[in-house]
Design a protein around this ligand. Structure first.
Ligand code: IDP
Ligand code: MG
Length: 245
């Protein structure tokens, strides 16, 4: 039995897939659960869940006259303070779904490693939600690496990142931030394990071919920094049911 607990506006909402009596044939990605203070709203696509007579029998206190909140754009969902959660599998523990900013640095692009690097994240099973080739201006590079401003290598780092186009990517998935860091390997490619991107494809810290966010918070911050409104794409990979039970 799959079970999830969601805290919304201080009101814990606990539910179980077995309570929902989802038919095996139902497309569970068609369901949205929204928790707001004192409210639990289940929004379903009736075409996918036509076996149900109505939404109200699922939860006796479902406010049938209150429409579910309108779909929100990815950006507004990120910025909103309202607690609203979309659950692709209804019961997946969504707290773990993260976003990370991955960037093929100019040396990676010049050396023809873009496909190889993208492929590592694709093969792992993460979801690409943003991708672009981009010439980074100095101010953006400085903002991105602002925590390293006091380091002696900072000027050379900015020169390196702005020396040619980079490939900007947003990836999404459960535990994607830490997992991407593992796939990328240590900052110093000579210390990076074989099998990692840096371990396999680079030799020097100052030419380590790829960037990956170091925390979920920085993942969100960096994606917001490098991508504009409308450049990210919400989609459901066909392979989703083959990646997570
Ligand atoms: P990370 O990329 O593994 O997160 P950070 O310490 O955040 O490593 O450093 C950011 C980037 O700054 C590195 O990927 C590398 O390109 C560059 N860098 C870090 N340390 C050095 C150094 O000692 N010499 C030159 N470049 C460095
Ligand atoms: Mg870093």
């Amino acid at each position: 039995m799959e079970t999830a607990a969601i805290l919304g506006g201080g009101t814990p909402c606990v539910f179980s897939s077995s309570l929902l009596h989802l038919p095996a044939s139902s497309n569970r990605t068609a369901c949205s659960l929204w928790c707001a203070p004192n409210k639990l709203i289940l929004s379903t696509s009736t075409s996918q869940l036509s076996a149900f007579r109505s939404q109200s029998h699922l939860f006796s206190n479902y406010p049938t006259t209150t429409p579910p909140p309108p779909p929100r754009s990815k950006t507004s969902a990120r910025n909103s303070t309202q607690t609203g959660i979309f659950l692709p599998h209804l019961v997946a523990s969504m707290e773990q779904v993260e976003e990370t900013y991955i960037m093929v640095k100019p040396d990676g692009l010049q050396r023809g490693l873009v496909g190889e690097i993208i492929s590592r994240f694709e093969k792992k099973g993460f979801k690409l939600t943003g991708l672009k080739l981009f010439q980074c201006p100095t101010e953006l590079a400085e903002e991105h690496y602002k925590d390293l401003k006091s380091k002696p290598f900072f000027p050379k780092l900015i020169e390196y990142i702005t020396s040619g186009p980079v490939v900007c990517m947003a990836w999404e998935g459960v535990g994607v931030v830490a997992s991407a860091r593992k796939l990328i390997g240590s900052t110093d490619p000579l210390k990076a394990e074989p099998g990692t991107i840096r371990g396999d494809l680079a030799v020097q810290t100052g030419r380590n071919v790829v960037h990956g966010s170091d925390s979920p918070e920085n993942g969100k911050r960096e994606i917001a920094l490098w991508f504009k409104e409308g450049e990210l794409c919400e989609w459901t990979p066909a392979q989703a049911p083959w990646l997570r039970e």
